[in-house]
Design a protein around this ligand. Structure first.
Ligand code: GSH
Length: 212
């Protein structure tokens, strides 16, 4: 399978989950600004919205898109990795609730801030929404649990880590100590470190090819 990624984006969640499972998808880098890909694919043919992550499964023409869908699909296919609760359970409904919260209250709130697309009122609105959302996560971690839903690392943790863009958005999270300790735990995971290393190597290769 082929996983389309972009530098320092939500595609890191899909990489981390693939690594946790031990999958080795072929990684293709999409340059969000220049629009080229490392393998020469026209990315709009993969995802007309030009969003990563996009996963092309073996034998499938149409890519699977949306971070939640890709990470959940991979995790569902490998229940032995314990990255997501089983479909049809209350635990799964709560996981889906959390993933939707991360997508809508965190990831998509960051993007216009990072891209400097907002009026002062918009900046204040989105900043407050992000502070509230991260505050909710910090509170959830206050009982000393290692990860958002307990002791088990899940797709939700991969997604929070991959979208921790507060520095680029200008949102100060220094007061959220539980969150900081939790992120450090995630960053210590070999699967997460491998995702960063693979991404950095691929981005460097892409730059070299463009410069040649
Ligand atoms: N709804 C999509 C949005 C994904 C998304 O926003 N991807 C960003 C990176 S995190 C992207 O590819 N942006 C490229 C662009 O806007 O051109 C999802 O949740 O996966």
């Amino acid at each position: 399978m082929k996983l389309y990624i972009a530098q320092a984006t939500c595609s890191l969640a899909a990489q981390a989950i693939a690594n946790e499972i031990g999958l080795t998808p072929e990684l293709v880098h999409f340059d969000v600004f220049g629009k080229s890909t490392t393998d020469g694919t026209t990315f709009s043919d993969v995802n007309s919205l030009l969003y990563v992550p996009a996963l092309v499964l073996d034998g499938e023409k149409e890519a699977l898109t949306e971070t939640i869908t890709i990470t959940s699909y991979l995790a569902d296919q490998h229940p032995e990795a314990n990255l997501i609760p089983k479909h049809g359970t209350l635990e799964r409904a709560r996981m889906d609730q959390l993933l939707t919260f991360i997508a809508t209250e965190i990831a998509q709130k960051h993007i216009p801030l990072m891209r400097k697309l907002m009026t002062p009122e918009g900046i204040e609105f989105h900043t407050n929404k992000l502070l509230t959302a991260y505050g909710v996560l910090d509170k959830q971690l206050a009982d000393g649990r290692s990860y958002l839903t307990g002791e088990q690392f899940t797709v939700a943790d991969a997604y929070v880590w991959a979208t921790l863009w507060h520095k680029r958005s200008g949102v100060n999270l220094d007061h959220l100590k539980n969150l900081a300790a939790y992120i450090a735990r995630i960053e210590a995971r070999p699967a997460v470190q491998k995702a960063l290393k693979d991404e950095a190597e691929l981005v460097a290769l892409h730059k070299e090819r463009l410069a040649a």
